[in-house]
Design a protein around this ligand. Structure first.
Ligand code: SR1
Ligand code: MG
Length: 401
């Protein structure tokens, strides 16, 4: 079989016993993939039973001249299964993985929406977003601790680090997030009125210093099995009577520094805040920055709750926990800055900024880049923590708040 399409999906489902057991004759197929990489189909039978099929393309969807390993599907299946075993409430259910066709069958979350889309539609602060930010702090801590050497012990950790190796997709992050925004590169395209803002960022030697340390940590510090791409577009939300928050699309997952996932999320709160501020929603922008504190607080309390269960506690007294949390915070601040910078400058931009009218877009991009710079150099310049209010403390002024 080659790549799936809406015509071939019903036959494919019928031919795979594990899928045919879950849905009857398929009567409705919609292709809903809107990311950079994959085909995604929502599949239903006449009784309304459904599932999602996600198949990797052998190239970048938004740039077919860029080849991409299809093995990323196996890696996503591995990460998802590992995270599901630890914190099933915060990821989509993995129903089946077809390694021969690079197809993941996933729980149908069609009654959820992508959090970034929801955030971009809002014009006032919402307790629902606080609930989402809380849930994600719990998720990051649960899987961060539960996949670490503290959670599973030395031998299992070493085996997992080897199994989860994801060199091609890590290289994309090393390039797109931790290198290209800070150097001249064809992927870097901004509005002419923002070119001086980019030059200001790239011209700061401390920015490159911070990016270099962050990149080395990303490449060498195998702490926890990360989601690896935890931006607000990788989060499904269902608010209301039966709330549900799920981190999806973990194909960039690998063993890396725990602060990376937290930093990605923080960076996207800053981008949402830059949009709100450019739209004149100052109170809402401040509330979006405060989501950084919310996620940190729930991350920290979840992590602390797990600490007494750590493996081999002989040389891990509580002072080690405090140092560990300090390192996570330091990493997160820097990765947040890198994420903001790359989403404004580089290959994978975000609707938060791009969908603004031109004048507001230029202002939002300028302010976001100033916030990115402040975050990148914050710990180099003596910022100490953990400080749960870092986003508000560091990014508010650059964002004009
Ligand atoms: C070529 S992939 C570009 C970006 O899309 C993914 O969602 C990751 O964020 C990656 O950096
Ligand atoms: Mg993705």
């Amino acid at each position: 079989m080659d790549l799936l399409d809406v015509e071939s999906v019903p036959g494919y489902v019928a031919s795979v016993p594990e899928l045919a057991a879950r849905v009857g004759t398929v009567t409705d197929v919609r292709e809903v993939g809107d990311g950079n990489l994959n085909l995604v189909f929502v599949v239903r039978d006449a009784d309304g039973r459904g599932l999602v099929l996600k198949q990797s393309l052998p190239y970048v969807r938004t740039d077919p001249s860029w080849p991409m390993t299809r093995e990323r599907s196996s890696r996503e299946a591995y990460v998802l299964a590992a995270h599901q075993a630890i914190d099933a409430a915060h990821v989509p259910g993995l129903l089946f993985y077809d390694a021969s066709q690079y197809v993941l069958a996933l729980e149908d979350l069609s009654d959820h929406r992508v959090w970034r889309t929801v955030l971009n539609e809002r014009d006032s602060a919402s307790d629902d977003d606080v609930a989402a930010a809380t849930a994600l702090g719990e998720y990051i801590a649960a899987v961060g601790f539960g996949t670490s050497v503290l959670g599973i012990g030395s031998a299992a950790h070493k085996q997992a680090v080897a199994t989860a190796i994801n060199p091609e997709l890590c290289e994309i992050t090393e390039d797109l997030v931790l290198t290209e925004p800070f150097v001249a590169h064809d992927h870097n395209v901004v509005h002419p009125d923002n070119e001086a803002d980019v030059a200001e960022l790239a011209g700061d030697p401390d920015v490159r210093h911070a990016a270099g340390l962050a990149k080395l940590a990303f490449m060498t510090r195998a702490e926890s099995l990360l989601h690896g791409d935890l931006h607000t577009g990788s989060v499904f939300v269902r608010f209301g009577a039966s709330p549900s928050i799920r981190a999806f699309d973990s194909e960039f997952g690998f063993y890396g520094p725990l602060g990376f996932d937290l930093g990605m999320l923080w960076g996207n709160y800053v981008l949402a805040a830059a949009r709100a501020a450019a739209q004149g929603q100052r109170g809402r922008a401040a509330a979006l920055l405060d989501l950084g504190r919310v996620t940190w607080d729930s991350f920290e309390s979840t992590y602390r709750r797990r600490w007494p269960t750590r493996q081999d506690p002989r040389v891990y007294p509580d002072v080690v926990l405090e140092a560990l949390l300090g390192q996570v915070w330091t990493d997160a601040v820097t990765y947040a800055g890198a994420e903001v910078a790359r989403r404004v400058i580089g290959f994978a931009k975000v609707a938060d900024i791009e969908s603004l009218p031109e004048a507001e877009r230029v202002v939002a991009a300028r302010r976001a880049l100033r916030a990115a710079r402040a975050l990148l150099v914050h710990t180099l310049h003596g910022g100490t923590g953990p400080n749960p209010g870092t986003l508000a403390d560091v990014a508010a002024t650059p964002l004009g708040l």
